[in-house]
Ligand binder design. Structure first.
Ligand SMILES: *Cc1c(COP(=O)(O)O)cnc(C)c1O
Length: 402
């Protein structure tokens, strides 16, 4: 008899995106002539930029020649990419990260989920609410107890330090779903807390490339002392439109320590390296070549253009909603706009209204956690035309939405 991991039975079924799809399908069937604008999904829409495409094509050709063919690569990633990461993502910000502190992977989602392998089950975990569900569900799967940190209008979307001691802390900034950011001084409080309590911060910086304002850290390692307390996740998914290509990396500094039951120090970098070599055989050479090309002059320029246009959509949506008298957060350093649903309505009631009155699809905030209730997420990953039209409709019929 094979017994199961019963922690899986503790997971809440996620009906969020399937419920949205069902509601939209039903409405479309009953109203076939209506043009629906989808501002719900958290996926990019712009194609891979030419610089990355070229690099991929070239790598594909190399794989077809006896001289250049590559079999298994290093589990941690090719040196050419790890070097480019150090030189481009960290050195220019004055951050000292070494190549063997970087582990290239097929996605930040897997990294955020897999990292729990190296931590004990009895660690207490703090997770913001609302939240990207991966942190929560992977910790439930491995049976850890969770402390929720509400992030709402009341605390200006700045998570407060927990009253009880926690050992692992998940932070994601710029945040998905709220689109809000932490200033250096606010992030420093968490780094100091982690130092004091010998906790580890798991910092998801997947949306770093969308930061436009000063004084917002692009990496947690900009904060003094963070090398001793933080693991950082980065991804090419939202930065370079790699959601379908799959490439990311995680930084595990060698100064980072975990503890055995008898309080002996152990290098987390060593554990993660061991875990990676045991369970992973590296990201495809072709994909790593594409990731390397994001750092070429051309690549950087082309990617910046794409991000600029997503941010322009975010600006249009945010400004339009404000003109329609909505309270809006995010959308400045992020492709996500987090709006407050009108007084007395739930997130799902607002979803229905938005779909039926103006034919726009967004994501109910309550789908991201208890404290997401009363909020609603729109994304800037659509086209400029659709973003503008969506705002036109919301403004024209704003009285029907409230
Ligand atoms: C999209 C996203 C990621 C990136 O995931 P990949 O697996 O690299 O595509 C990571 N964290 C958050 C919060 C995200 O929204």
């Amino acid at each position: 008899m094979s017994f199961i991991n019963e922690n899986f039975l503790e997971l809440q079924d996620s009906y969020l995106f399937s419920t949205i799809a069902k509601k939209v399908a039903k409405y479309t069937k009953e109203n076939p002539d209506k043009k629906i604008i989808k501002l719900g999904i958290g996926d990019v829409t712009k194609p891979i930029v030419p610089a990355c495409l070229e690099a991929m094509h070239k790598a594909v050709e190399e794989m077809g020649t006896a001289e250049e063919f590559k079999g298994y690569g290093p589990e941690q990633g090719y040196e050419f990419l790890r070097k480019a990461i150090v030189e481009n993502d960290y050195k220019p910000r004055g951050i000292e990260i070494e190549q063997d502190e970087i582990f290239v992977s097929d996605g930040a989602k897997c990294d955020c989920g897999n990292i729990v392998d190296i931590f004990a089950q009895n660690n207490k975990v703090a997770i913001t609410d609302p939240v990207y569900p991966v942190y929560l569900d992977t910790n439930i799967m491995s049976g850890r107890s969770i402390t929720y940190l509400p992030v709402t209008e009341e605390n200006n979307f700045i998570p407060e330090l927990p009253k009880e001691k926690v050992d692992m802390i998940y932070l994601c900034f710029p945040n998905n779903p709220t689109g809000t950011v932490l200033k250096k001084q606010n992030l420093k409080k968490w780094v100091d807390y982690a130092k004091e309590n010998q906790s580890i911060i798991l910092y998801d910086a997947a949306y770093e490339a969308f930061i436009t304002e000063e004084d917002i850290p692009h990496s947690i390692y900009e904060i003094e002392g963070a090398r001793d307390v933080a693991i950082e996740f980065k991804s090419y998914s939202k930065t370079a439109g790699f959601t379908g290509v799959r490439c990311a990396y995680v930084v595990v500094p060698k100064s980072l320590k975990g503890y055995t039951k008898i309080k002996e120090e152990v290098s987390l970098n060593k554990l993660w390296n061991r875990r990676t070599c045991t369970k992973f055989n590296g990201v495809s050479y072709i994909v790593q070549k594409a990731a390397e090309a994001t750092y070429s002059e051309e690549g950087k320029r082309q990617i910046k253009e794409n991000i600029k246009s997503y941010l322009e959509n975010a600006r249009i949506i945010k400004q339009g909603l404000e003109e329609a008298q909505f309270t809006v957060y995010g959308g400045v350093n992020s492709p996500y706009i987090w709006l407050k649903v009108p007084e007395g309505m739930t997130s799902w009631e607002f979803f229905d209204k938005l779909l039926e009155e103006v034919n726009i699809v967004g994501t109910p905030g309550s789908g991201f956690g208890l404290h997401g209730e009363g909020y609603f997420r729109l994304t800037a990953f659509g086209t400029k035309e659709n973003s503008m039209e969506a705002i036109e409709r919301i403004k024209r019929f704003s009285n029907k939405l409230k």
